[in-house]
Design a protein around this ligand. Structure first.
Ligand code: KG4
Ligand code: ZN
Length: 330
């Protein structure tokens, strides 16, 4: 059994966690920055990097205290090395390198997307490879076939915005604040999903990818027309997003075949109607539906520690001169 320290700082959450290769979460700590970014309606990279730098060491210390461990007990240090806002990624990666050097432990440079992709296996010991994964967050919208640690086949990605980004922009347009996802979902509950005619970009297309930019522009126009209630726009937008995700997943299943499990990860996985659609879609194609608990869907360090544990078990470690990557496709 090994113990991995995980560090995450690629967007607007600073996080540290200690996780064992036996799936025990010994500690996980998270500091959000929503209040710092809210006045700007989105994440400001410079503010994010400074906030990570201020909190990251006390947070790691707090995780070690909670787990009643010191760095001596840790077998490896896993830090997100990209993709993400480069200032923030550098804060976490450099901190991981410094600790690895000081404690003479191996460093594991984790791709944030791999963290999301493997996180369902932390929550569910029965989840074997391969599985079909919808990874939908603020920065990414992809369908992956997860075939093993380090083996990911990307079947689809977005050609413009990510699904979470579209939720955030809709929230901003409707004056709901940042992040928009949970707020759009909340007001959509009292709205009519058929009230506002909105496009389903790329629906039925031979092209396997996602697109949300046209949907976002249509939301802007619907709002500017002054003819629709915010609740109706939110509900109609959410339904259009559900339809797009469903259509693209059906295309991926049609082209590449089903897998034993359909898995969802990323912050958008918190959305109730999206989860319900996925559950039905899985049942329709004889797949089992798996979703990590909500706290593990959004950014956190337990998923980075777990990806580190999986990579460590597979024999992967990284040199201390590993460079942070703003872009890093899986
Ligand atoms: O994975 P995550 O925490 O961070 C990124 O790596 O981006 O995902 C955050 C994204 C945001 O765009 C947020 O609006 C969206 O996930 N989100 C939701 C919901 N909760 C969070 N989108 C739709 N419905 C939700 N309930
Ligand atoms: Zn993420």
């Amino acid at each position: 059994m090994s113990i991995i320290l995980g560090i995450e700082s690629s967007c607007d959450e600073t996080a540290a966690a200690l996780v064992t290769s036996d799936r025990e979460i010994l500690a996980h700590k998270l500091a959000g920055q929503e209040a710092e970014h809210a006045p700007f309606g989105g994440v400001v990279p410079e503010i994010a990097a400074r906030a990570h730098a201020e909190i990251i060491t006390p947070l790691i210390e707090a995780a070690l205290v909670e787990a009643e461990l010191t760095l001596d007990h840790v077998d490896a240090i896993a830090a997100t090395a990209g993709p993400g806002l480069i200032g923030g990624v550098m804060v976490g990666l450099v901190t991981g390198k410094a600790l690895a050097m000081a404690a003479d432990k191996p460093l594991i440079a984790v791709n944030h997307l791999e963290g999301h992709a493997l996180s369902p296996r932390l929550a569910n010991p029965d989840l074997e490879f391969p599985y079909l994964l919808l990874l939908a967050s603020g920065g990414h919208c992809q369908i992956l076939r997860v075939e093993g640690v380090g083996h990911y086949r990307r079947l689809a990605t977005t050609i413009d915005d990510a699904a979470g980004e579209a939720f955030d922009k809709t929230g901003k347009i409707l004056g709901l604040g940042y992040p928009g996802g949970p707020k759009v979902e909340a007001i959509a509950k009292t709205g009519d999903a058929d009230a506002v005619p909105l496009p389903r970009p790329l629906k039925g297309s031979k092209d396997p990818h996602f697109s949300f930019a046209g949907l976002k522009s249509a939301v802007v126009r619907a709002h500017q027309s002054g003819e629709h209630k915010a609740e109706d726009i939110a509900a109609s937008f959410q339904q259009a997003t559900v339809d797009c995700l469903k259509d693209r997943l059906e295309k991926a299943i049609g082209d590449h075949g089903p897998a034993p499990h359909l898995v969802v990860a990323g912050g958008v996985a918190a959305n109730g109607p999206i989860r319900a659609m996925l559950e039905q879609l899985a049942a329709d194609h004889g797949m089992q539906f798996t979703a990590p608990p909500l706290w593990l869907c959004t950014d956190n360090a337990a998923m980075i520690a777990w990806a580190g544990a999986e990579r460590f078990a597979a024999g992967f470690t990284d040199p201390l001169d590993f460079v942070a990557r703003p872009r890093w496709p899986l």
